[in-house]
Structures are given as C-alpha cells and as structure tokens.
Design a protein around this ligand. Structure first.
Ligand SMILES: [Zn+2]
Ligand SMILES: [Zn+2]
Length: 149
C-alpha cells in the first residue's frame, strides 16, 4: 500500500479553496484512482469500485475525477479513440506514450529531450505550458499483436 496521506492533504486543500464539499466519497474515489494500475476510463474505475462494494454513484466518480485532474493528482490522457483516460500523477514522473493501433497496448516512456523541445517552443512563442501530451501511434512488436491480423 502506498502512503496516500500527502495526496489526501493536497486534495483537501484544493476542495476547501474551491469551496467544494469535502465528502468521504470523494476520498474513496481518490484512493481507488491512485491504486489503479495504468490508464483507466471513468467507467472502468466506477465498475472496479462497484466490484469492491463501494456505494459511490457514477456521477460522483465522474465529477471527482475532474476535480482530481484540476488539482494535478491525476493526468487526463487521450489515446486517439475519443475516450478520456486518467492515470495517477501522484509521485510519478512525467512520461509519454506509445499506442498500438492494432491491439491497443500502451507503453510508457520518458525522454528528457521532449521536455527540452517543449520548453524551447514555449519560450520562443511566449507561451506558458500547463502540460503537454505526446503520443506515438503505430504497431507494436508483441507476438500476440502480430498474430492478430
Ligand atoms: Zn499491438
Ligand atoms: Zn501513462
């Protein structure tokens, strides 16, 4: 189990500041989201919570995920299929993604050069970045993927 107390503190401050209600349900969503391995759509998290006997409503899951993204505990991702995905950014390094358009496999990588390019573009164009997303689409070399013709 990871220590989530800092994440709880950060979220509590954010909720107070924005005058959002501080409810145990919101912290339950936070815990499940941080424990989730990999990338998830809101419904996937909702189903996982249901399967773990949580009574949190779908609407609460959806709006809490938005709040968690606003307070930088989660990152929102788009992988080219018109769905929104989330992943924990708590205690994690920034990273980018390779997306296999055949089997849907997502591989994470990080490369400091990409950050340098982002910084230099922003300083050249006088833009203050609040984040970026870099996806590479294509075909993976996984055996299972190659057989999926
Ligand atoms: Zn693949
Ligand atoms: Zn990722």
């Amino acid at each position: 189990m990871m220590d989530k107390s800092n994440a709880h503190e950060q979220f509590k401050k954010f909720l107070k500041k924005g005058k959002h209600r501080i409810t145990p349900e919101r912290f339950e969503v936070l815990d499940f989201a941080l424990e989730y391995k990999g990338h998830f759509a809101a419904d996937e998290l909702y189903i996982k919570m249901k399967n773990n006997d949580s009574n949190v409503s779908r609407a609460t899951v959806y709006n809490t995920l938005e709040l968690l993204e606003q307070c930088d505990l989660l990152a929102k991702r788009h992988f080219g299929d018109n769905k929104k995905y989330y992943e924990s950014s708590f205690n994690r390094k920034n990273h980018d993604h390779l997306i296999c358009t055949k089997c849907g496999k997502i591989t994470e990588f990080s490369n400091a050069k990409i950050n340098e390019v982002v910084d230099s573009i922003c300083s050249q164009l006088g833009f203050e970045s609040s984040g970026y997303s870099f996806n590479i689409f294509g075909r993976c070399k996984d055996e299972k993927c190659e057989n999926k013709e």
